[in-house]
Design a protein around this ligand. Structure first.
Ligand code: C2G
Length: 130
């Protein structure tokens, strides 16, 4: 059994999020997703997400290739989350390239290319213009 773990805010859920979850799941047999808390998102991006963490958690947990979800409270706890969930591989989009290499003694780290031309920030900007 190969256990994969990935993390993200997954706000205003879009196809780029589906693609990374689908590709992450295909690298193993069991996909665990850490969904960033509203507070953590505020710390990272200086704004609260559009969708609340309970709703983002519900969306992610309803996906057929996601086995388990939990709330990610802090970026610094990454190693604890990896150990707690007994993950073999950490998968992140390549916007995070190299940023989580420090967990490597505990598990393999894979950065997958982002889906081009789509982002939550861009969607929010487009909707704002209406
Ligand atoms: N993503 C992607 N293609 C896009 C947009 C996003 O592959 N067009 C990926 C990101 O690279 C990330 C995941 O989807 O791996 C979730 O993206 P975000 O919700 O933007 O995640 P972020 O807020 O960067 O949180 O501990 C790490 C963080 O919690 C990651």
């Amino acid at each position: 059994m190969k256990r994969i773990i990935t993390f993200g805010t997954f706000d205003v859920f879009h196809v780029g999020h589906i693609n990374i979850l689908e590709r992450a799941a295909s690298l193993g047999n069991y996909l665990i997703v850490g969904v960033s808390s509203d507070e953590l998102n505020f710390k990272k991006k200086n704004r609260f997400p559009i969708y609340k963490q309970e709703d983002r958690l519900k969306i992610i947990s309803s996906m057929k290739f996601v086995s388990e979800v939990f709330i990610e409270e802090s970026l610094e706890l990454k190693l604890e989350y990896i150990k707690h969930h007994k993950a073999d591989v950490l998968v992140m989009g390549d916007d995070w390239l190299g940023r989580f290499d420090w967990v490597k003694p505990a598990c393999e780290v894979v950065y997958l290319p982002r889906t081009p031309s789509i982002s939550t920030t861009e969607i929010i900007e487009i909707v704002r213009q209406f």
